[in-house]
Design a protein around this ligand. Structure first.
Ligand code: SAH
Length: 373
């Protein structure tokens, strides 16, 4: 069978250039060659390492957060515990282990995982086999059953396809993926339109110089709106953790990562992870418009410290041999440090109006927006 690059070129020759969003969706989700369909990309031997794979403390603290949300929600006798894009299932396995302290929480939880990759579904099944819970898998959030919902998404929204719009002389043009005379994939521009892109505010549009890029993630906004509407009417909360910015801005953030290094997003499609920074301001708007309340964005480091990162690391290290102690401390530092993931990653929490969410109620510094868009 032809490579994904060849199939994409043939499709473009026949039907014209693809939007960046369509290109991203094919690269990540093509049933044969899509990045997430082919193999397990996580971990030290894979393309990148995510927070739950760095330290078990990440999932444990999120498990404690879920228990606290459940308690503050009146400890419903049945609720939906959902994770979007669970990867290897590590976060959920660690969260459930921590939640064993509250058997009533586990007894009330019905586990639902939103995952498109068959390879990763199998990894999740294996990771959760000892948890005593039987997960139900869904291709998208529309399949989640009714009832109070506690939903977690770590590095999920950054994989959803973005549209890019470029400021040109006569207005704005969508950035596309086309082919050159040699059949190689190249970036191109769609037809210029005089009006600014949907979802962009007038002040930002007025500030855009020629060549400036505006990104929009309608799929992420739609998922957040749906989950936010659920928790607004049925209770619970949504926790989304990702690399991104707190204010909508300008800038091209599409990036490809292969073997822990940046790669050309158009080279060898399907072989690298493609992501974009999450625009938390647009997700906040989507959640608020759906009737939910959104807590002030927190930096990941601050969020984890408020949940007891340092105490948990110390407890885990107690009595362990020195090399293991060093590893535990290094993991905690990597998750929370200002030079590592601590400020670049942000935590968005959505709940019903009037419910104060755990970790979002204590005083402290809010997320610093690095403005790096
Ligand atoms: N949360 C995990 C994995 C993050 S990678 C961790 O932190 O390690 C993104 C995850 O989202 C993968 O599990 C991937 O297969 C899944 N995914 C990507 N696009 C998806 C989509 N459109 N619908 C459902 N799952 C998707």
């Amino acid at each position: 069978m032809a490579s994904l690059a060849e199939r994409l070129a043939a499709r473009i020759r026949q039907a014209g250039p693809l939007t960046v969003a369509d290109y991203m969706a094919v690269c990540l989700g093509d049933p044969v060659d899509g990045y997430y369909r082919r193999a397990d990309p996580f971990g030290r031997g894979g393309d990148f390492v995510t927070a739950p794979e760095i330290s078990q403390i990440f999932g444990e603290l999120i498990g404690a957060w879920c228990v606290a949300v459940w308690e503050r929600s009146g400890a419903p006798a049945r609720f939906v515990l959902a994770e979007l894009g669970p990867g290897r299932g590590t976060l959920m396995a660690d969260a459930l282990r921590a939640a064993r302290l509250r058997p009533a929480f586990l007894a009330a939880a019905e586990m639902h995982l939103v995952e498109t990759s068959p390879v990763l579904r199998r990894a999740q099944e294996a990771a959760l086999s000892g948890s005593g819970m039987t997960p139900v898998w869904h291709d998208d959030v529309s399949g989640l059953p009714a009832g109070p919902l506690i939903a977690i998404a770590n590095e999920f929204f950054d994989t959803l396809p973005i549209h890019q719009h470029v400021r040109v002389d006569r207005g704005w043009a969508e950035r596309m993926v086309g082919i050159d005379e040699g059949g190689r994939l190249v970036f191109a521009l769609g037809p210029a339109i005089a009006v600014r892109p949907a979802g962009m505010d007038a002040v930002l549009a007025a500030a855009a110089a020629p060549g400036a890029v505006f990104e929009r993630n309608p799929a992420a906004e739609a998922i957040v709106a749906r989950l936010a509407g659920r928790v607004a009417s049925e209770g619970g909360a949504v926790l989304a953790i990702d690399y991104g910015h707190g204010e909508s801005g300008l800038g091209d953030t599409l990036q490809a990562v292969r073997a822990h290094a940046y790669a050309d997003p158009l080279a060898d499609p399907g072989s690298a992870d493609l992501t974009a920074h999450v625009d938390f301001a647009s997700l906040r708007r989507a959640a608020e418009e759906a009737g939910a309340a959104v807590a002030p964005l927190l930096a990941q480091g601050e969020f984890l410290r408020r949940l007891g990162l340092d105490e948990r690391a110390a407890a885990l290290a107690r009595g362990k041999p020195a090399p293991l102690v060093a590893e535990i401390m290094a993991g905690a530092e990597r998750l929370s440090g200002a030079q590592t993931m601590g400020t670049l990653f942000k935590v968005l929490a959505i709940g019903p109006r009037g419910l104060t969410l755990p970790a979002f109620d204590s005083p402290g510094s809010d997320a610093q927006d690095s403005g790096d868009g």
